[in-house]
Design a protein around this ligand. Structure first.
Ligand code: 0PR
Length: 369
């Protein structure tokens, strides 16, 4: 067979994943054949998962509100460590499982979830798979969820209110304390989707995590801004009961129950996440956040100087109203760009997106427009 090679990242401006940290790559290769879904057989990878979840707990303020986040080496009945969470296959599984946990814990007939228009499409999949009604709530002019609209949408059948911390299209952070209050007023749970933003937000003033608001569950993906290898998402719960609501009996395994959605899971993903977190939290992630913030502000200014409309950059995603012809001309030159649902181009300033790369984009832009 011919040796296939993956695409280079040197023109990729649309991805929310990136080149993994070298430690993550090396760890992933070592753990390719082991299965964290069977912790009684593969204790070493379970230990790494517990460490990764404990560090994610630190990143999200969970260690400030829960006593036992110190990963206790896969000793739990469900086999995913003492902390309340696990390494998922990605943000889609984490979001789906958050919906499933809320649905199972609330146990109402004909349940619904209240989700902003800005939420990732994984919630549409979750609602479909779990047979839960999806209620969409509009965002305001700055693409943040409108709390009044969320309050109007909840009712006694609402099991979950979703808030986004780093939205896929605009990188916006919802008013999370307000949305958590609205959820609890309705006896629903509150889930924060920080799949992309979770590794950036610790270095900002935003209120987004378990310590800032009575958030019940949270998605934070090592395989996005965490610089881990794919597949590695993260799901965390404030309370142990969140994981319990997901657990099913596993009669023939040595561990007695399993909370993850998939059975066999990627040891590479888990080991890669643990290694990236160990290498980068907190200083490496802080440095990268500061770099990306600087570069995206500079790039936004360069686009504005050329007459484009560029909304304020909150987290490192730059959105600009390039014409379709310009967008296509840049794509023809090999730039991997994408657009928001309403048309403007979005550029995600991930670790592989350097100032030099963006200088190249500007040169091509000046050439083609
Ligand atoms: N939540 C948010 C806020 C997201 O942005 C995404 C994915 C998810 C959940 C779902 O995560 P998984 O894709 O890990 O299941 N956002 C991007 C998207 O689907 C991911 C992406 C990654 C897109 C790499 C392109 C790409 O090249 O749009």
């Amino acid at each position: 067979m011919q040796r296939a090679a993956p695409q280079e990242f040197d023109r990729v401006l649309s991805s929310m994943c990136t080149v993994p940290h070298p430690d993550a790559r090396a760890a992933a290769e070592r753990f390719l054949a082991v299965n964290p879904g069977d912790p009684a057989t593969y204790a070493d990878v379970s230990e790494l998962e517990a460490q990764a979840v404990a560090t994610l707990g630190e990143l999200t303020g969970l260690d400030e509100v829960v006593g036992d986040v110190d990963g206790d080496a896969g000793s739990d009945a469900d086999g995913v460590g003492a902390a309340h969470g696990y390494i998922t296959s990605g943000g889609t599984e984490a979001n789906l499982q958050a919906v499933r946990a809320a649905r199972n814990r609330r146990d109402v007939e004909d349940p619904n979830i209240v989700v902003p228009d800005s939420a990732h499409f994984s919630f549409s999949k979750a609602a479909d798979v779990l047979d839960v009604t999806l209620r969409r709530v509009p965002t305001d002019d700055d693409h943040r969820t409108d709390p009044a609209a969320a309050a109007a949408a909840v009712d006694e059948r609402t099991v979950l209110v979703v808030a986004v911390a780093g939205s896929t299209e605009y990188g916006r952070v919802d008013p999370i304390p307000e949305l958590a209050a609205i959820a609890h007023e309705a006896d629903a749970y509150c889930h924060v989707d920080a799949a992309w933003g979770g590794f950036l937000l610790p270095f900002t003033d935003h209120l987004w995590n378990f310590a800032h608001a009575p958030v019940d569950s949270l998605t934070i993906d090592p395989h996005k801004c965490g610089q881990a290898v794919i597949p590695a998402g993260g799901l965390l719960f404030r309370e142990r009961a969140g994981m319990d609501a997901l657990a099913v009996d596993t009669p023939y395994l040595e561990s007695t129950s399993q909370a993850s959605l998939t059975g066999t899971r990627s040891g590479a993903g888990v080991a890669g996440a643990a290694a990236a977190l160990e290498a980068l939290w907190p200083d490496g992630y802080r440095r990268e956040y500061e770099r990306a913030a600087r570069v995206s502000r500079w790039f936004a200014d360069e686009l504005r100087e050329r007459g484009y409309e560029v909304p304020a950059v909150e987290l490192p995603i730059v959105v600009a109203d390039l014409s379709t012809a310009t967008f296509e001309a840049l794509r023809e030159r090999g730039w991997r760009l994408s657009r928001t649902g309403s048309g403007p181009v979005r550029i995600v300033v991930m670790p592989h997106v350097t100032r030099e790369m963006l200088t190249g984009v500007l040169a091509d832009l000046d050439d083609v427009r």
